[in-house]
Design a protein around this ligand. Structure first.
Ligand SMILES: [Zn+2]
Length: 160
């Protein structure tokens, strides 16, 4: 179910929306394969009619599954937005979509959440990345070739 508000009712009163938006509604059109959505978005929003459009303020929380950019391991994370605010205009190019009396806030939430997703997910700030068994113990900053001799000799020295 998308998040919809009755714009006729909003003319008279503020609406309080609490619920969950299914993961499929969030991932629609999302192209980054480092982040996936397995859980619904939790929302707790006050929606009010403003002269410029429909204002939604409140809290959003979205559990996400990230893939570490360095070691490619999957890990769970979440995006928490305690002070979410979005203004959905009623006219113009970016106007909110209305069906009858109902306006769909979902695209506005989706857009704001995308902006807050990690673009460079790491399982931990000092993730070592993919460590191949043959490279274990060799530091990137000291290539074995530097000694001028056989790379294997340098490698043996590093292992001492
Ligand atoms: Zn990692």
């Amino acid at each position: 179910m998308p998040i919809k508000v009755n714009i006729q009712l909003l003319e008279r009163e503020t609406e309080h929306l609490v619920g969950e938006l299914p993961a499929a509604e969030i991932s629609e059109g999302y192209g980054d394969n480092l982040i996936s959505f397995a859980h619904p978005l939790h929302y707790d929003l006050e929606v009010e009619r403003q002269p410029q459009g429909i204002l939604a303020t409140g809290e959003l929380r979205l559990p996400i599954t990230c893939q570490c950019r360095r070691c490619l391991k999957s890990f769970e994370d979440s995006v928490e937005i305690p002070d979410f605010a979005a203004l959905a205009p009623l006219d113009g190019e970016d106007a909110i979509t209305c069906e009858g009396d109902f306006a769909d806030l979902t695209p506005f939430l989706r857009e704001d959440i995308y902006l807050l997703l990690p673009t460079n997910p790491l399982c931990s700030p000092n993730c070592p990345g993919l460590v191949k068994p043959s490279e274990a113990g060799v530091s990137d900053s000291e290539p074995p070739e530097e000694s001028g001799g056989s790379p294997w000799a340098a490698l043996d020295q590093l292992k001492l």
